[in-house]
Design a binder for this molecule. Structure first.
Ligand SMILES: [Fe+2]
Length: 366
């Protein structure tokens, strides 16, 4: 195992050992002190241990998001000093623009937003004397060899994705909610049944036209898949933070993920129906059966009202899921299952699991 991982894992376990030692010690003191000691002993700098763990998991998620968005921006976004590094791929950008002429600008803006998210959260952690997150030791995955991409080590892999597009039907359902155990069919079944590039891997992916369009369509559905994940993650974790200022951070960053999601939801609906001649991947006409009808209009991008908390309440337009239990591990697992980290060593998954477990162990206010 990488020495830096070892030392970071050691410092995490040292802290939890210290906290547990103090819990045992507190058992011997008077009951009046007992009520106050748990919060004191669970502190990490100026934060509770739980708040620090939740912020750290979010920082890690934002670092990973930034890494994938940078790859999209280098090939398909606006190239400027705010999001530097790439020089663009004309054929890929043109395919993305078939969904909306503003795609390069939106890709650029989403990339910049994610960069500011992890940079802010890390700076906040440091300001409170807590450890920030740095995943640079895992930047070893290859870049796309297509013209326009930087040749640097990456954290994420956009070239073998299995994209879950069930958010499309989940946000259109008026009777189901994943927090009730309901499941939802994917909009693009083919994307869930194989491994597909969302960026050109080399310049030979730039033709034929239906192939590069399928790659751009895959990207469009992946954009929404990623951002709907963030849309659920922030409210799910916000339920377990302790400090009002940490809650404010989660409540202020989380809805920007929702702004991204709704934009990408709209653009994905413009995906050109086609079959990729190189691998058979099908993008069906989303306005035709089994979809179609009022609830499946491709421009229906606001959350349909659905059941929430209990079936005894009237339907309500909400983000879903927002169940807090296991939310961090659920997000880490979903990202892992999408193939986003294919090629990363076991140490990467161990570090991600450790961050997620610590966040899910946080018990705000308890
Ligand atoms: Fe973000």
């Amino acid at each position: 195992m990488d020495e830096k991982v070892k030392s970071s894992l050691r410092s995490i376990s040292r802290r939890s050992f210290l906290a547990q030692g103090l819990v045992v010690g507190a058992g011997t003191v008077g009951s009046s002190l007992l009520k106050q000691t748990p919060r004191l002993m669970e502190r990490e700098g100026g934060l509770t241990k739980g708040d620090a763990a939740i912020l750290r998991f979010l920082s890690a998620a934002e670092i990973l998001e930034t890494d994938l968005w940078q790859q999209y921006n280098e090939l398909g976004g606006v190239q400027d000093s705010e999001v530097p590094g790439g020089s663009g791929s004309a054929a890929y950008t043109n395919a993305l623009e078939q969904l909306d002429a503003d795609m390069p600008q939106y890709i650029h803006d989403n990339t910049e937003d994610e960069f500011t998210h992890f940079t802010f959260i890390n700076a906040y952690l440091v300001s409170k004397g807590a450890d920030p997150v740095n995943l640079d030791r895992f930047r070893h995955l290859p870049s796309s060899k297509a013209t326009g991409a930087q040749q640097i080590g990456r954290l994420t892999n956009l070239m073998q994705l299995t994209v879950d597009t069930s958010w499309w039907t989940r946000y259109r359902s008026r009777m189901k909610n994943p927090d009730f155990g309901d499941t939802f069919p994917p909009a693009i079944p083919g994307l869930a049944a194989g491994k597909f590039p969302a960026i050109p891997r080399t310049d030979s992916d730039l033709a034929p036209a239906a192939h590069i369009q399928a790659i751009a369509n895959t990207a469009a559905f992946h954009f929404a898949a990623i951002e709907q994940g963030g849309t659920s993650l922030y409210p799910s974790l916000a339920q377990r933070v302790t400090h009002p200022e940490v809650l404010r951070i989660l409540l202020s960053i989380g809805p920007t993920e929702t702004a991204h999601f709704q934009t990408w939801h709209d653009k994905a609906g413009n995906a050109v129906p086609l079959t990729d001649p190189t691998n058979g991947l099908v993008f069906p006409d989303l306005n035709a059966p089994p979809f179609g009808g009022e609830d499946f209009q491709t421009n229906l991008i606001m959350p349909e009202p659905t059941i929430f908390l209990s079936r005894k309440f009237p339907p309500v337009s909400i983000i879903r899921p927002t169940n807090t239990r296991g939310a961090a591990m659920g997000a880490a697992t979903a990202l892992t299952n999408s193939g986003l980290f294919l090629g990363q060593p076991p140490e990467f998954f161990a570090a991600l699991r450790q961050l997620a477990e610590a966040a899910d162990d946080a018990r705000g206010g308890h």
